[in-house]
Unconditional design. Structure first.
Length: 283
């Protein structure tokens, strides 16, 4: 029988009871003060329960089976606005007074309105010409923060043997620091060309777009013999859809509508480590 995990920063008893009634749940189990499990729910009520939960600003995860976290093998994450709180390229552009211009292209690309990510990135990076490398350092130290629950999610996954991979259409300047700090297994992103301590406005090598993200995740999954059911992928923009399609646990984090519509799971209000509550923790 299926279960539903309900999560929100403030879960109201009345909302839980209402959802349990509509789902014809056999029981309600408190997991934490911000997470409850509805037991043995009616499959026919799925659409109604999920839409009611969304309207009540509750993250609802429908699970036909609750697997062990240790049965998964891969945790893959996007960086900008998923693992971290900012779009790094927008903040770099702020150093030369071009944030609004760059952010407008970023937004259109994430919503899926600009279909060619490589073109979108090339246009934005060109606007960064002349930015000193020190501005990147300032973005990392002063503006970039991990989103709530990021460290707990990664530590939880690592403690159960999952390989962790950061796959970003952003820049290696940031992903490499995060990889080292969080002890991730892999990180892939674009390399900004820097000459004499200044950005040239160009990207070195092949651009990491949506297809490349998916290839990196697929390569890691294949090396581990991981099936779709053993892969967790978190993203927020249309550039993440291809890698999310590889995972049964495809998670839209504060995502654009086009991404939320295609993901199996969504975190609209809960922190990143809410993912851990969808699994049994036993090793």
């Amino acid at each position: 029988m299926a279960h539903i995990i309900l999560q929100a920063p403030r879960l109201m008893a009345a909302d839980i009871e209402r959802l349990a009634a509509v789902a014809c749940a056999d029981g309600v189990q408190e997991m934490t003060p911000t997470a409850y499990r509805l037991l043995n729910v009616d499959a026919d009520a799925r659409d109604e329960v999920m839409s009611m939960a969304q309207a009540a600003r509750i993250d609802a995860a429908w699970l036909d089976t609750v697997h062990r976290l240790a049965d998964c093998k891969v945790l893959a994450m996007d960086m900008d606005s998923t693992l971290v709180n900012i779009e790094c390229i927008d903040e770099i552009a702020d150093a030369v007074g071009r944030k609004a211009e760059v952010a407008a292209i970023t937004e259109a690309s994430m919503r899926g309105e600009i279909k060619d990510f490589a073109e979108s990135l090339t246009r934005r990076v060109a606007l960064l010409k002349g930015v000193p490398e020190s501005a990147l350092d300032a973005v990392f130290t002063q503006r970039l923060r991990l989103n709530p629950g990021a460290e707990k999610l990664i530590e939880g996954a690592q403690s159960h043997g999952l390989k962790t991979i950061l796959v970003s259409g952003g820049f290696t300047f940031f992903t490499e620091r995060l990889r080292r700090g969080l002890m991730l297994d892999e990180a892939h992103a674009n390399t900004l060309e820097i000459v004499d301590g200044v950005l040239t406005g160009r990207v070195l090598g092949d651009i990491v777009d949506g297809a490349a993200k998916a290839r990196h995740v697929q390569a890691l999954a294949q090396s581990l013999g991981a099936t779709s059911e053993q892969i967790i992928v978190l993203g927020d923009g249309s550039n993440d859809l291809r890698m999310m399609a590889l995972a049964h646990y495809s998670v839209a984090y504060r995502a654009k509508p086009v991404v939320r519509a295609q993901a199996h799971f969504a975190l609209d209000v809960s922190p990143l480590d809410a993912v851990l509550n969808w699994f049994r923790r036993q090793h």
